[in-house]
Design a protein around this ligand. Structure first.
Ligand code: SF4
Length: 339
């Protein structure tokens, strides 16, 4: 083994090689998340011994993104490291997903914040799948009853949550008293809390403590309502579809666009692979309804000079569809073969 190449890189390469050989692939597209990009040369050099490799230098945040079609149409297979397959996406090329896990050695957890609950729904971000097994053991040893949520076809594993899908929460919310989510960042935990009336507690693995998500979820919802109110006088609305294969919701965008037109709004449908404020300004939009990754309007609003709403938020603002805040989730996407 080359002493400078980390073992996980060699494991990934060996796993990819085994599966690429089985399918007889020769030319591949390699996608690495930002955290693994410093190892690009290692992955490339090893895989290039046997395959014609193109590395994607673009960010890749999930299995929803296998790069642009002009690239993936040129290769026999795609190797994506760090994510797990989305079963609701009809990938037009074989995609090898090589999952990465962070296993954290948890000795003990102070369970007093959830002490008054008995049945706990356990959730996790994908990289903590195995760490959640240890959390389950600890909770059960303290006499909690632990229930894993059932994921829908967007995710690979029960209990998993994504920034665009909380089916593991919905499936068991009537069976549990509270949820515990194993993660490091807060977004998945806030999203889980907004998705259910039941209390959600984040087991923050950086701080090794359990904390309620109630206040952070309230603050999040207040910020989003500010954007919803800001959008209400908009006349020129752009319904924007993202080209990424696991984010394409053109049918939804068209339906919403027709609703906007029937309200007398000026509405257009657009496609993008990189939503930018400059493009929004050039088109003269007062409001963008973005049907791609639900995290973009939420995480990136400060980048934009006009409100950028999710489809659910547009429905709240203009179609008065609900009395409460609804987080956008992707349950299904347009089939690639329909494009
Ligand atoms: S759509 Fe967004 S939240 Fe969902 S997997 Fe893709 S990048 Fe992640």
């Amino acid at each position: 083994m080359d002493p400078e190449v980390p073992e996980f890189v060699l494991n990934d390469v060996n796993e990819a090689d085994r599966r690429l050989r089985e399918m007889g692939a020769r030319k591949i597209l390699l996608q690495l998340p930002d955290g693994l990009k410093p190892y690009t040369f290692d992955y490339f050099n090893y895989l290039s011994r046997r395959y014609d490799v193109i590395v994607s230098s673009s960010p890749v945040y999930g299995a929803c993104d296998i790069g642009p079609s002009y690239l993936y149409e040129k290769v026999d297979a795609i190797v994506q490291v760090g994510h797990s397959i989305m079963r609701n996406v009809n990938y037009p090329k074989p995609v090898i997903f090589i999952e990465h896990y962070k296993t954290i050695d948890i000795k003990d957890i102070d369970t007093s914040p959830i002490g008054k609950y008995h049945r706990i729904g356990l959730l996790y971000s994908i990289q903590y799948r195995y760490t959640s097994d240890r959390v389950r053991q600890i909770l059960e040893s303290r006499s909690f009853e632990v229930v894993m949520g059932r994921s829908d076809r967007r995710m690979t594993y029960d209990g998993q949550v994504l920034g665009c899908n909380f089916s593991s929460v919905h499936s068991i919310e009537n069976q549990v008293d509270a949820f515990v989510i194993v993660s490091t960042g807060v977004f998945h935990a806030i999203g889980s809390q907004i998705s259910t009336e039941k209390p959600v507690f984040l087991l923050d693995l950086n701080e090794m403590s359990l904390r309620s998500m109630e206040r952070e979820a309230d603050a999040f919802v207040r910020k989003r309502y500010a954007q919803i109110f800001r959008s209400m006088d908009s006349r020129k609305i752009c319904f924007m579809v993202d080209t990424r294969i696991g984010q394409r919701r053109e049918r939804l965008a068209r339906t919403l666009m027709e609703s906007a037109r029937s309200l007398g709004k000026d509405a257009v449908l657009s496609y993008t692979d990189n939503i930018s404020d400059q493009d929004i300004q050039n088109m003269g939009c007062d409001l963008v309804v973005y049907t791609g990754c639900p995290r973009v309007p939420i995480d990136d609003q400060e980048r934009f000079s006009v409100p950028v709403l999710t489809p659910a938020e547009f429905s709240m603002a203009f179609l008065k569809s609900t009395n409460g805040y609804v987080l956008d989730e992707i349950v299904s996407v347009d089939d690639a073969t329909d494009q």
